[in-house]
Design a protein around this ligand. Structure first.
Ligand SMILES: [Zn+2]
Length: 418
């Protein structure tokens, strides 16, 4: 068995409250997955990570990046050390991406052929080749609970023709990813620890910003019968209405009894919105990357009024614009605070008086501003912890809402036995 997905409740809007059971534990969904790029959620020790958020339960699952771990320390090293869970001492579920997104966004001198992608490492310029088979081989060696099919990420904007060609390549690579996985999944490093279980492989729906291509891609991948489905190639600079439209059009074509994952989103109000539409899994570097850049999320306080800025999809999470708000969401207005601003220099209040995280319980805005200005590493750690708590608490609240607003009696379970 690879995974078991139990839907406990579905709302009229399509939102689902479910549990995803994996070899290394269960994941309550909808879930936000913090990103541990190089086998670490940057600046946050696992002891603290495990206690972040509502009920101090920490994230159920982390994402790690195949491209980074393949280059350094190398997937064979990690395999010899027992796989990624043991290597990084993280006993809970993990998901690895396919490496495709980083090959297309970070690596240099890419040459794409139907066979795969030749590229040079962004670290030392060394030459490498990734095919669907090699991506899956690397991901089996890493041993995450969930792995992703190798896909091509088309540039944005791209013409319909270019996007269609890229999508066709992604479909061919998805079929090859699955064939390699089915033939080699018993080679996972923890095979002896969980003798009856395997990793799970998700396919990735592409199709750019074209609804007809998204439809074609979803139907084709569903035919291939993956354990779950991701929607890729979104939040790459397009207007948020387009992101939402592409997600909605794709969700209606994906099977209700399998997990659905939107990759690389987003701001707190976005992840809440998509979860209520029926997305089960999301990941984004934003809470930790923004935290390291002194950008903190909080909710507006009663009576507080701040200028409203238009909704948009983040193009650069590194932006350090002045304090601004996103429009009202169902959870009230979300404020992005820039902690380095002078106005916080003598502010004894916590980041968010309503936040119960370990940072807000103990430290002041003035202290956090000082750490940031003085470039003390503790600042990055504390800011990341608060932002992660903000994201995890957001999803915890959404899960409660979905459970109470559900259409009664709809319980589905699926056992995917390979
Ligand atoms: Zn906090």
């Amino acid at each position: 068995m690879s995974l078991r997905f139990e839907v406990a409740a579905t709302t009229p809007e399509g939102g689902r409250r479910a549990a995803l059971h994996l070899p290394h534990g269960s994941v309550q969904t909808p879930v936000f997955m913090p990103v541990g790029t190089a086998a670490t959620v940057k600046a946050v020790p696992h002891e603290l990570l495990e206690q972040i958020g509502a009920d101090a339960r920490g994230p159920d699952i982390l994402l790690a990046n195949t491209y980074h771990l393949y280059l350094r320390p190398g997937h064979q090293t990690i395999r010899r050390l027992g796989g990624l869970h043991r290597f990084m001492s993280w006993p809970r579920p993990l998901l690895t991406d396919s490496g495709g997104f980083q090959v297309f966004s970070l690596a240099k001198l890419r040459k794409i052929t139907p066979e795969g992608v030749e590229f040079r490492s962004h670290l030392d310029g060394s030459a490498h080749f990734f095919s669907p088979e090699h991506s899956i081989e690397v991901q089996i060696a890493l041993g995450a609970d969930i792995l992703m099919a190798f896909d091509e990420c088309v540039e944005t904007p791209a013409t319909h023709e270019r996007t269609r060609d890229s999508m066709a390549l992604t479909h061919a690579w998805a079929a090859r990813s699955k064939a390699y996985f089915d033939a080699h999944k018993h080679e996972v490093p923890w095979a002896n620890d969980f003798p009856d279980q395997t990793q799970s492989l998700f396919g990735i729906v592409q199709g750019g910003m074209y609804a007809d291509l998204r439809r074609e891609s979803a139907l084709r991948l569903v035919e291939m019968d993956f354990d779950g489905y991701a929607i890729g190639g979104l939040a790459v600079g397009e207007p948020r209405e387009v992101t939402r439209e592409m997600i909605a059009r794709t969700l209606e074509l994906l099977p209700a009894n399998k997990p659905r994952y939107v990759m690389g989103v987003g701001y707190p109000d976005e992840i809440e919105e998509y979860a209520r539409m029926g997305v089960d899994m999301m990941d984004c570097v934003l809470p930790t990357r923004a935290g390291r850049h002194g950008l903190l999320f909080r909710r507006t306080q009663p009576g507080e009024s701040l200028p409203i800025t238009p909704a948009r999809t983040p193009t650069s999470p590194d932006e350090t614009s002045p304090t601004e708000t996103t429009p009202e969401s169902q959870s009230g207005s979300i404020v992005r605070m820039n902690i380095k601003r002078l106005e916080y220099a003598e502010d004894p209040s916590p980041i968010d008086p309503t936040c119960t995280c370990m940072v807000c319980r103990r430290y002041s805005r003035a202290y956090l501003r000082h750490l940031f200005v003085a470039r003390e590493p503790l600042g990055a750690t504390l800011n990341s912890i608060h932002n992660l708590a903000f994201y995890l608490d957001t999803m915890s609240r959404v899960r409660e809402d979905l459970m109470s607003a559900n259409s009664p009696g709809q319980i589905m379970a699926t056992d995917i036995t390979q």
